[in-house]
Design a protein around this ligand. Structure first.
Ligand code: FPP
Length: 248
């Protein structure tokens, strides 16, 4: 995109970073190299998002289903996330970037949760971009935990069942306080949401790119923003043009 600043900039972009393994396979390299290159793409994407005024960037870093991968690969992914927080936290903080983490926290062992919490705490008053890291995240699990919490509130008499509406459900999810994504990008040619932000994606624009995640860069990001800007978002209503015709 030559002039991203001229387009409509989405407030919240969420990304399913897919294709690290295939990127590596194509080059005869171990999958771990694909994941490492993927972290470089993460760095560039955070910078590119901040540069054009995106306010929220959510990255699907590790799904609740990813634990089913071979142990070595799980350890590799956890190691990369750990290193990313350790090495980049100071710089993210300097750049006024706030970190939020979504996903199930209860059963996490080891040092990863304390590190993620430290990143959230350190950056909690920052006001530029909010970088939302989806870790041990699955949308159905998130919704189930929210429903269970609301059921407990009803059981304890803190809430009436008739007070449960869409807003209250939104505020009970891990993403409470974060606007729904305007744009969801998935790389690698797969065209599905794979249990990512299912509730929040109700009106998101979806952009599927053929490129593998390690090849994702500023240019591809801005191309996706350009596609977003060309879409006619109606939220179940009429387009601006159709509405003008009705009014006459
Ligand atoms: C999908 O590629 C990618 C992942 C499962 C994880 C994404 C993680 C990173 C980019 C690194 C850590 C993240 C941060 C925020 C520092 P895949 O392995 O499923 O690729 P494939 O479908 O081609 O096998």
């Amino acid at each position: 995109m030559a002039n991203p600043e001229l387009a409509i900039i989405p407030q919240h972009v969420a990304i399913i970073m897919d294709g690290n393994g295939r990127w590596a396979n194509k080059r005869g390299l171990p999958r771990t190299v694909g994941h490492s290159k993927g972290v470089e793409a993460v760095r560039e994407t955070v910078r590119a998002a901040g540069a054009v005024g995106v306010k929220y960037l959510t990255l699907f870093a590790f799904s609740s289903e990813n634990w089913g991968r071979p142990e070595a690969e799980v350890n590799d992914l956890l190691g990369l996330l750990r290193r990313f927080i350790r090495r980049d936290l100071a710089e993210l903080h300097r750049e006024n970037i706030r970190i939020r983490v979504i996903g199930e926290r209860e059963n996490l062992r080891g040092d990863i949760l304390p590190l993620l919490v430290e990143a959230e705490e350190t950056t909690r008053f920052n006001t530029a971009l909010t970088l939302v890291i989806a870790f041990n995240y699955g949308a159905r699990d998130e919704i189930a935990r929210a429903v269970a919490k609301l059921a407990r509130d009803v059981e304890a008499g803190r809430l009436k069942a008739s007070d449960i509406d869409a807003d209250r459900i939104s505020q009970s999810l891990d993403t409470a306080g974060i606007p729904d994504p305007d744009l969801i990008i998935r790389t690698s040619g797969e065209e599905r949401l794979s249990n990512f932000l299912l509730w929040q994606a109700a009106y998101s624009e979806l952009v599927f790119l053929p490129d593998y995640w390690p090849d994702f860069d500023r240019n591809l990001f801005y191309d996706a923003l350009r596609v977003f800007a060309s879409r006619d978002r109606r939220f179940g209503g009429l387009s601006n043009k159709a509405a003008a015709a009705v009014v006459g």
